[in-house]
Ligand binder design. Structure first.
Ligand code: IPE
Ligand code: IPE
Ligand code: MG
Length: 260
């Protein structure tokens, strides 16, 4: 059980049970949980399946994770689904991932009655127009929901997002709508795509890799990191709930000095 206290990658039991740690009184729950859902390819390869089957299994794993997130009362759940670097994968794999994104509403629409709102985080560049339209439509059709916002990070890159924000600020400065001297961290945050999305409290990466892979660099500034060995298709709502419990034992300092 003390595994949670180890630094570095943590191996989770396959069934996700028996993972509770005592919660620290007074510690708050994470408002924004972000997940780098990694390991679909390895999951499939180990079973003699195609990488595309791994991505399909990864999509199916989401149901249990959404249940867990709703039970934990998480307000924003960001899911890294396709990075600006993933274009370098084989064409057939990229095409399959585009197809999965196109079906976003087929999947997330099933959760509207449970209050799930869908936001897309990413660049339109290079995306087929059908994918852009499908993602925008999923946003539109879940607009009224309020219980939990799922941020679908698709064609997302942390640097791309920062560069796009800088370009927007420059456009405003050049046209006299913004005083360059007024640009500070809070002005920058307000011009990011999805300005209402708060900073990440807890960032989970599955599959044992311990890197950020260009994910939400601005908003991850003070995230608590959780690296787990479980491959994404095996990750469940119980795993998520156990990690939230572990999060509540972390002491966040934000650069200040605190007692204890
Ligand atoms: C994560 O799984 C999903 C995407 C990047 C689209 P991977 O496809 O990266 O799986 P591994 O890392 O090759 O096992
Ligand atoms: C990060 O995983 C992107 C997603 C999970 C969508 P990758 O598998 O692409 O990251 P690297 O290449 O191992 O850094
Ligand atoms: Mg990977």
């Amino acid at each position: 059980m003390a595994r949670w206290l180890l630094r570095g990658a943590v191996r989770l039991p396959e069934n996700g049970t028996d993972l509770r740690l005592p919660t620290a009184p007074g510690d708050s729950r994470p408002r924004h949980v972000a997940v780098i859902m990694d390991g679909n390819g390895r999951w499939a390869t180990r079973r003699g399946l195609s990488r595309v089957s791994g991505h399909e299994a990864g999509m199916r794993a989401l149901s249990s994770v959404l249940d867990g997130a709703l039970e934990e009362g998480i307000e924003h759940l960001s899911l890294f689904c396709f990075s600006t670097e993933n274009w370098s994968r084989p064409h057939a794999e990229v095409t399959a991932l585009m197809r999965l994104a196109e079906g976003a509403y087929d999947f997330f629409g099933g959760y509207v009655d449970r209050g799930i709102r869908f936001w897309w985080q990413g660049s339109e560049a290079r995306l087929p127009s059908e994918v852009v339209d499908a993602l925008r439509e999923a946003e539109e059709r879940t607009r009224q929901s309020r219980t939990m916002t799922v941020v679908f990070c698709f064609n997302h890159g942390g640097r791309e997002e920062i560069a796009r924000t800088a370009a927007e600020l420059a456009r405003r400065a050049v046209t006299g709508r913004l005083d360059p001297e007024a640009i500070d961290e809070s002005v920058f945050s307000r011009h990011l795509p999805l300005p209402d999305l708060p900073d990440i409290d807890m960032l989970i990466r599955t599959s044992g890799e311990q890197r950020i892979s260009n994910f939400m660099l601005w908003r991850a500034a003070y995230a608590e990191f959780f690296f787990v060995d479980t491959l994404w298709p095996d990750f469940t709502g119980d795993h998520l709930r156990a990690l939230v419990t572990a999060f509540m034992t972390r002491k966040r300092r934000f650069g200040a000095v605190t007692s204890g």
